[in-house]
Write a protein that binds this ligand. Structure first.
Ligand code: AGP
Length: 610
């Protein structure tokens, strides 16, 4: 997830682009760049790091006489954060410059085709194919407008693009599919940006570009057409917002915004990596160690906090899908354990930030003992990503809320893909097809849960004053019980314990009373009968029960005080659904207790100390 911007108008474009990029920096901040049209030439500047570094490098350029320009602040997905990979990207002749937010899934084959046509690429990004594709069509005699729409028809994936073309120096071009883009309508100027945070202080009148629309923007005019080159109606909306609010979009907190990004984050995690028709999983980041992976006899998952709980779900998935014995270690314990490493072991290191000190130390220990190491990391170019032998990026975009929510869903999705990828024998193609078809259905099922968030808010109002909670689950939902309890602890400061339900009678049941509610994760699956008897033990001791159950389960309501129903899915993927109401439950209780859920006390987003 990057931030992109474009300006055309009466003012000098550079200061406005820089200010807008700073507002968009929460979307990505590992490198930045701008391109301006000055004296009929495109001037491009890029730098690694935050926008202020780019600003520094341009300090005596602010009076550059340019009234049209584009800018980008990056969250790397393809190609590490460095200057060549920073945006904007140009064509061979430097006549066209493009900034892109999203992922072009078929960029590899398009790049090969363009290289055959003599195009030379300067970066490892997917985005750079766009100016070259437009140029390729122009070389075939097409007009710029036609070359742009033909390019859009060729690319697959998510994209928001802002483009300048030296041949039409008074026009900004913009188009989008799935990634956001908003046009700020000004007086004698217009701005286009990833979201309204970059428009604050310049205009409150905005147009939300729709999928497949192409906008041509001059300083006074805006015309929007669809891919059939038909004009589409323009609807201007008046915005009343401040910067922080604009960054959160329509959400009051980053935590809630990131919970609602769940469906998109899962699509981004499997996008361009699966083909459910032939049960194929392609993980480019693991190709270079494919042969070593074939010989793996044991898996060790190393992580902390929420990433550790994602690893615990991984234990079940690798045992059951890949049939490779798997163990999960708290990185802070693993670094001081005397583990015998006696067989070909793969260490999988999971980290959202990629900078967690304990996880890094555990990784270095695994490497010292000659283990093959792969990372599941969200921050591209982070230390853990660079230290592992290979890895898979989450592509979830920056996670601002300290309590990890969308990253957990993305980690579960990637682990699921790696489990299928590591399957020993090809024979399981049919089951892989089924598994992959089901994960493609998950985003919609999460949307169904999110559409009922008000119900969770009501339940949070009922439960917000209890000071102790027990979270129970079995098999795949045991780690969900642990993660649900962690979320409640983090943002509401309530004592909450996650437990595997079978263990309850070996101690925790002593705590059960009418003052100690239990959150029971009991979707209908092969183990729900066992869960049911555990809940009867709680009911026998007047314990309150709030159950997460499967739609159509008419038995649970007879036992639980409150039930939140989720859509049916296969047990292996249940954690992707059962965790979402628990993230919402923690969020609403934290809010109703008046806490800052985005920056909870005593916590840090990335724990870089031991
Ligand atoms: C989760 O909400 C917390 N922020 C924390 O437990 C976190 O998961 C842990 O510090 C690991 O962070 P990482 O994934 O960035 O390595």
């Amino acid at each position: 997830m990057c931030g992109i911007i474009g300006y055309i108008g009466k003012e000098k474009s550079l200061p406005i682009l820089i200010k807008g990029l700073k507002a968009l920096e929460y979307r990505g901040y590992d490198s930045a760049g701008i391109a301006l049209i000055v004296n009929n030439k495109i001037e491009t500047r890029k730098s690694v790091g935050q926008v202020k570094i780019l600003e520094q490098s341009l300090k005596n350029k602010f009076n550059l006489d340019s009234h049209i320009g584009i800018g980008h602040t990056r969250w790397a997905t393809h190609g590490i954060p460095n200057k060549p990979n920073a945006h904007p990207h140009s064509d061979c002749l430097k006549n066209i410059s493009v900034v892109h937010n999203g992922i072009i899934e078929n960029y590899k084959e398009l790049k090969k085709y363009l290289q055959k046509n003599g195009h030379h690429f300067l970066s490892d990004t997917d985005s750079e194919i766009i100016p070259h594709l437009i140029e390729d069509f122009i070389n075939k005699g097409k007009s710029f407008d036609r070359a742009l729409s033909d390019t859009i028809k060729m690319i697959k994936g998510a994209y928001a693009l802002v483009i300048i073309n030296i041949k039409t120096p008074k026009i900004l071009y913009a188009t989008k599919f799935s990634s956001p883009l908003v046009i700020g309508v000004g007086k004698g100027e217009n701005i286009i940006a990833s979201d309204s945070s970059a428009l604050v202080g310049r205009t409150k009148d905005v147009i939300y570009l729709k999928d497949g629309e192409i906008a041509k923007i001059s300083k006074k005019d805006i015309s929007i057409t669809n891919l059939k080159n038909k004009k589409t109606p323009i609807e201007i909306v008046r915005l009343e917002t401040d910067l922080e609010q604009a960054q959160k979009g329509d959400f009051p907190h980053f935590m809630l915004k990131e919970i609602f990004e769940g469906p998109e984050v899962i699509r981004l995690a499997y996008g361009g990596r699966i083909n459910s028709n032939d049960g194929e999983v392609k993980l480019g980041g693991l190709e270079e160690i494919m042969n070593e992976l074939k010989g793996i006899k044991r898996i060790m998952i190393l992580a902390c906090g929420t990433s550790y709980y994602a690893g615990l779900v991984g234990e079940y998935l690798f045992d059951e899908i890949a049939k490779i014995p798997t163990e999960v270690h708290f990185a802070s314990e693993f670094r001081y354990k005397n583990k015998p490493f006696n067989e070909k072991t793969l260490a999988i290191v999971i980290s959202q930030s990629g900078e967690t000190a304990d996880t890094l130390a555990a990784l270095q220990k695994a490497k010292k003992h000659g283990l093959l190491t792969i990372g599941i990391v969200n921050t591209v170019g982070s230390t853990i990503a660079r230290e592992t032998n290979a890895g898979v990026y989450n592509h979830a975009g920056p996670e601002i809320g300290v309590a990890s929510t969308k990253a957990f869903l993305s980690q579960l999705t990637i682990i699921f893909l790696i489990a299928i990828y590591l399957q020993k024998n090809e024979g399981n193609k049919n089951s892989s097809k089924k598994l992959l078809k089901e994960i493609e259905r998950i985003p919609k099922k999460i949307k169904i849960i999110l559409d009922q968030s008000k119900e969770i808010e009501k339940l949070a109002r009922k439960y917000k004053n209890y000071e102790n909670f027990l979270f129970l689950g079995r098999r795949y939902n045991y780690p969900v019980a642990l993660e649900g309890a962690l979320k409640l602890k983090e943002v509401s400061y309530i004592h909450a314990e996650g437990y595997c339900a079978g263990e309850m009678k070996h101690g925790p049941i002593a705590m059960i009373s009418s003052k100690f509610p239990t959150v029971a994760i009991i979707p209908q699956n092969g183990i729900s009968e066992k869960m049911f008897s555990n809940l009867e033990e709680i009911k026998a001791r007047k314990g309150l029960i709030f159950a997460i159950a499967t739609k159509g389960d008419n038995k649970i309501a007879s036992l639980a005080d409150d039930v939140f129903y989720i859509p049916k899915t296969i047990e292996l993927l249940e954690p992707l659904l059962t965790i979402v109401p628990l993230q919402l439950f923690a969020y609403y209780i934290g809010i109703k207790r008046g806490y800052d859920v985005d920056k909870p006390r005593n916590l840090a987003k990335s724990v870089t100390v031991e």
